[in-house]
Design a protein around this ligand. Structure first.
Ligand code: ZN
Length: 551
């Protein structure tokens, strides 16, 4: 029977896997490369050289793991992960970079569960089943350790040469290709998710270690705050995945904001987010750094919320999302998204919780309240689970988390229903704040964390690297409302605010605008980034800025 059994050196199996990676798992990379090089001379040879390079590169990656004991589990893991990545990049047009993997690492099981479906299992069956079976059926050749090592060294030298040769010959062509098509380097699989996961894991560990650096230790309230008779309540409704283009307040052809229009809000039609994913844009929004200086992996420091608390404001964070991504550290937090049993919690829960908080008797003298409501908004792909049935106004709506089951029109209908529901939730918040006039002066600022792609150019969801993300993922809706009492107390003129609202704004403005509006004095405050400053009658005296952003 011995002659029917054949065994292979582990290096051959690693080479077969590397060939499979290069040929089968990189379809999107190849289509990008070939589309870009179609009219250039010598493209067949260039493509062949790139294929050799890609194969040799992955062989080098596998060599350290190519012992008889490690190769099977490592290849199984990679083949399964590859199939998942092929599915997600193909189905949603996402690319795998550090911030995407940071999101994956911070996602909870319920959120991830919405992404699991028939499409994913199909991809696993198509791309992983046979090669994994082959990896476990093949017999590995047994060799003395020294001979095995010599052979690995030889393979490594040959593979290095096969990387160096095309890289040297086509150096200029690669540089110009990757410069013109930045997304291409996030398409090389499995190198993309191996590098990104390592970087995200290291960064995440670094970021959560140690205490946060204090900022704004000089923060105090100004005279305007002290002279008031009633406490103020400022609600920051932090939206999720709402894009500016689908707000009818911004000119969208469908009426998705009927109630906000009636409520007489000030609309900001041009607002740029700080990132294209929650894990990036939410911490950035509350940091003193703007988008260009913010670094999610830098050692952490305190945020706007700490500065407000230091100035004597009561700060609370109610979360119907999957958590605050570190932005609510040190703040009274109520995590609400698991309070609805097996059902999804709709965002109106945040209105009820706000009513409860403001109805609670306060200890000590009345204090101003700054409340963050982290909404579930339009989080995809299961948009249809973000709103109660009576908000299914745009039909037929996609009711599957698998976009492949729906047309783009059905996907857009479900998304627009979730926007319509957000409009309703915000209007209810305004009603609540307006009804508190006897006890509180209320104001509401709504801003979304990032936008969303709904099939434009084959892209879905969000999280593309900033340099290649379409404006649908970057432009977010923002509206402001204040009660007459709040406007009077803080010297805000509605007409003047309407006049400046049309300018270009961004998440960078939130930090300074909240400080300015609530009359918090600190050297961190930059009036140039306070969007309310041109609309205030009482000029807020500010101490000179000594501490310009140091990075
Ligand atoms: Zn988000």
């Amino acid at each position: 029977m011995q002659r029917f059994r054949f065994s292979l050196a582990t290096e051959w199996v690693a080479l077969a896997a590397a060939l499979y990676f290069a040929a089968v798992c990189n379809a999107r990379f190849w289509s990008t490369l070939l589309a870009a090089q179609r009219d250039a001379p010598g493209t067949p040879l260039f493509a062949a050289g790139t294929f050799v390079l890609l194969t040799a590169l992955h062989l080098l990656l596998l060599l350290p793991w190519s012992s008889r004991y490690t190769l099977r589990p490592v290849l199984t893991l990679l083949l399964v992960a590859n199939a998942a990545v092929i599915h997600f990049t193909g189905a949603y047009g996402v690319v795998i970079d550090t911030s995407m993997m940071r999101n994956v690492l911070q996602t909870d099981t319920r959120e991830a569960g919405e992404l699991v479906g028939a499409g994913l299992f199909g991809a696993l069956a198509l791309y992983a089943l046979l090669p994994v079976a082959a990896v476990w059926l093949v017999r590995f050749e047994k060799r003395p350790p020294l001979r095995a090592l010599r052979r690995k060294a030889l393979v490594a030298v040959v593979a290095l040469a096969l990387v160096a040769l095309p890289a040297g010959v086509y150096f200029g062509r690669y540089v110009s290709f990757f410069r013109a098509h930045r997304e291409a380097r996030y398409l090389v699989t499995p190198a993309n998710y191996l590098v990104a996961t390592t970087r995200a894991a290291l960064g995440t560990r670094r970021a959560v270690q140690g205490p946060r650096r204090p900022i704004g230790e000089d923060a105090t309230r100004g005279a305007a705050a002290a002279a008031r008779t009633k406490p103020a309540v400022f609600v920051l409704a932090l939206g999720e995945t709402a894009r500016a283009a689908n707000f009818s307040l911004n000119g969208y052809a469908r009426e998705t904001n009927p109630r906000l229009r009636q409520a007489g809000v000030v609309n900001f039609p041009s607002v740029t987010a700080c990132g294209t994913a929650t894990a990036e844009s939410v911490p950035c929004l509350f940091s003193r750094f703007g988008r260009s200086a913010f670094d999610a992996d830098a050692p952490r420091e305190e945020s706007l919320l700490d500065v407000l608390q230091r100035a004597g404001v009561r700060v609370a964070w109610f979360d119907n999302n999957t958590g605050c991504k570190g932005a609510c550290d040190g703040v009274e937090t109520r995590q609400l998204d698991r309070s609805c049993g097996s059902a999804d919690c709709y965002d109106e829960l945040l209105v009820d919780e706000t009513r409860r908080l403001l109805g609670e008797p306060q200890e000590g003298p009345p204090r101003d309240v700054f409340l963050v409501l982290h909404m579930k908004g339009s989080h995809g792909p299961a948009y249809y689970r973000r709103y109660p049935p009576e908000f299914e106004r745009f039909v037929p709506a996609c009711t599957s988390p698998q976009f492949a089951d729906c047309t783009d029109e059905q996907i857009r209908n479900a998304y627009d229903n979730s926007i319509l529901y957000t409009d309703h939730v915000l209007a209810r918040l305004i009603e609540l704040l307006a009804g508190l006039g006897e006890r509180y002066d209320g104001a509401l600022l709504y801003v979304s964390d990032h936008g969303e792609s709904l099939g434009e150019n084959g892209l879905y969801l969000h999280g593309l690297p900033w340099s290649v993300a379409p404006s649908f993922q970057k432009q977010v809706p923002m509206v402001f409302w204040a009660s007459p009492g709040f406007e009077a107390a803080f010297g805000l003129e509605r007409d003047r605010l309407h006049a400046v609202a049309g300018r270009d704004h961004s998440h960078d403005h939130v930090f300074h605008s909240v400080l300015g509006l609530l009359d918090v004095h600190t050297a961190l405050y930059d009036p140039a980034l306070d969007l309310f400053a041109p609309a205030r009658t009482t000029a807020v005296a500010t101490s000179p800025r000594q501490d310009a952003v140091p990075r």
